[in-house]
Design a binder for this molecule. Structure first.
Ligand SMILES: Cc1cc2nc3c(=O)[nH]c(=O)nc-3n(C[C@H](O)[C@H](O)[C@H](O)COP(=O)(O)O)c2cc1C
Length: 395
C-alpha cells in the first residue's frame, strides 16, 4: 500500500476530477488536478504508525515530496521511524507541485533526479523507490538517473498531462474551477499502453537494472499479468480502486493465481519479464512473415464492419459476395451479401479482426510460405550484395 504523497500540506481546489467516457463506458480515462496530501505531516505519519501496528504484515510505502536536502533527510528518517517499509519519491506529479520546483519538474531533468535521489540515500535506512513521470521524451534517461543516484527501485508511470474535455456550453474545460480549469494528470485504462511501453523500455535497458513497480490503467488480473510479463516485480492500482473499490484486489489475486496455475508457473516471479525480449526494434522483425484474415461464417452476423473498415481505411481486400454455400451466423439476413477476404491481397494488418464485434469471428492465421526469415537489415545487406533485387513498391 502506497500512501498519498506527504509534503508541506497544500490547499486543494474544487472541483478536481474529470473523465473520458467512451460509448457508454465510464472512466476509460481519468484526470485530476489534485495535489499532494492536504493533511498535516503529523497526521500522515501517525496514521502510518497505526496502520503498521494493526497490519504488520502489510507493506506500507511512504510517498514523499520535499524541496531541500535537509527536509528530504528529515522526512526520510521520519518515514522509517513511523514504521514505513519503504519510501517512494514522487518526482512525477505534473500539476501544481512542478510550478514550485517539485514533482515532474524534478523527474523531467535526469541530473536533478540523480542529485535528489543521492540526498535521499544519504539518510535512507529502508528501500527507496523513485516514481517516474511519463511526461518526458525517453523515460529510460530518468530511470538511469535514479539508478545513478543509488535508488533501490523505480515505479512508473505517474499521470500524463491532459485536458479530457471542453464543456461546449460554457467553453471551459473540465474540471471546472470558478470559470477556469487547469492541465490535469491523466490515468486509468486509457494510459495502460503508454505505461506498458515505458515499463518494458526500462526493463530492457541494460543501464537501468532495477526492480520495477508497474502502474497505469491496471483494472484486473490480466492487466497486472501484462505489467509483470513486461518486467514489473510489483504493481500499483489507483484509478480502478477509485472506480470500483478495494474489493477488486481480491479478484485480481484470484485471477492471477488461476492464470499462473493454468500456465504451470510455480510462482509469480517466474512470469516477471517473460515478454520483455519479444519487443525488439522494428528492423529486427521478419519481413517474410505473413498472416491473413479468416472469417468464421458460423459466427459472422453480417454487420459488414470488416468490409467497410478494409475498404475505406485499409487495403481494399475484402469483397462483398453472394452468401452461396456459407452457413448463417446469428442475426444474419438471408441472402444479404457476405464479406470475403481476397487472401492473396490481404496484408494481415489486423484491422478487420479489431473492428469485428464478434469474438473469434475473424482470426488472423499465419501462412507458411516456405521462406527463410529476413529482417530489414538482412534485406539491405542482400540487396547491397546483389543477392536480391529491391522489393518493388505496390503498384
Ligand atoms: C486522484 C489522484 C490522486 C493521485 N495522487 C498521487 C499522489 O499523491 N502521489 C503520487 O505519486 N501519485 C498520485 N497519483 C497517481 C497514481 O498514483 C498513479 O501513478 C496514476 O494514477 C496511474 O495509475 P492508475 O491508472 O492506476 O490510476 C494520483 C492519481 C489520482 C487519480
Amino acid at each position: 500500500m502506497v500512501w498519498k504523497t506527504i509534503g508541506d500540506p497544500i490547499v486543494n481546489v474544487s472541483s478536481r476530477y474529470s473523465a473520458l467516457n467512451v460509448s457508454g463506458m465510464r472512466m476509460v480515462g481519468f484526470n485530476n488536478i489534485e495535489l499532494i496530501s492536504d493533511r498535516s505531516v503529523e497526521t500522515n505519519f501517525r496514521e502510518i504508525y497505526e496502520v503498521k501496528q494493526r497490519w504488520p504484515d502489510c507493506a506500507v510505502i511512504a510517498s514523499l515530496m520535499f524541496d531541500t536536502r535537509e527536509r528530504w533527510h528529515e522526512f526520510v528518517k521520519r518515514s522509517a521511524d513511523a514504521g514505513a517499509d519503504g519510501i517512494e519519491l514522487n518526482f512525477g506529479c505534473p500539476h501544481g507541485m512542478c510550478e514550485r520546483g517539485m514533482g515532474s519538474a524534478v523527474g523531467q531533468q535526469p541530473p536533478v533526479t540523480e542529485k535528489i535521489v543521492g540526498w535521499v540515500m544519504e539518510a535512507a535506512t529502508i528501500p527507496v523507490i523513485v516514481k517516474l513521470t511519463p511526461n518526458i521524451t525517453d523515460v529510460t534517461f530518468a530511470a538511469r538517473a535514479a539508478r545513478q543516484g543509488g535508488a533501490n527501485a523505480i515505479s512508473l508511470i505517474n499521470t500524463l498531462n491532459s485536458i479530457t474535455q471542453v464543456n461546449l456550453n460554457n467553453l471551459v474545460p473540465e474540471p471546472f474551477v470558478g470559470g477556469l480549469s487547469s492541465h490535469g494528470g491523466y490515468c486509468g485504462p486509457a494510459v495502460k499502453p503508454i505505461a506498458l511501453n515505458m515499463v518494458q523500455s526500462c526493463a530492457a535497458d541494460s543501464e537501468v537494472r532495477l526492480p520495477i513497480s508497474g502502474i497505469g490503467g491496471i483494472s484486473n488480473w490480466s492487466d497486472a499479468a501484462e505489467f509483470i510479463a513486461l518486467g514489473s516485480t510489483s504493481v500499483q492500482v489507483c484509478t480502478a480502486i477509485m472506480h470500483y473499490g478495494f474489493r477488486i484486489v481480491e479478484d485480481m489475486i484470484e485471477g492471477l493465481n488461476d492464470y499462473l496455475d493454468a500456465k504451470g508457473f510455480k510462482s509469480v516471479t517466474e512470469l516477471v519479464g517473460k515478454a520483455v525480449p519479444a519487443i525488439q526494434k522494428w528492423e529486427s522483425l521478419d519481413l517474410n512473415y505473413k498472416r491473413i484474415a479468416r472469417i468464421n461464417y458460423d459466427k459472422c452476423i453480417g454487420c459488414n464492419l470488416c468490409y467497410i473498415a478494409c475498404e475505406d481505411g485499409a487495403h481494399q481486400c475484402i469483397d462483398l459476395v453472394p452468401p452461396n454455400g456459407h452457413g448463417l451466423g446469428p442475426g444474419r439476413v438471408p441472402g444479404k451479401p457476405i464479406p470475403q477476404v481476397r487472401e492473396a491481397d490481404c496484408v494481415g494488418c489486423n484491422l478487420c479482426a479489431i473492428v469485428c464485434p464478434v469474438d473469434e469471428c475473424i482470426t488472423m492465421v499465419s501462412i507458411n510460405r516456405g521462406q527463410e526469415k529476413m529482417s530489414w537489415s538482412d534485406y539491405q545487406e542482400k540487396v547491397a550484395r546483389g543477392e536480391m533485387k529491391p522489393i518493388p513498391a505496390h503498384p
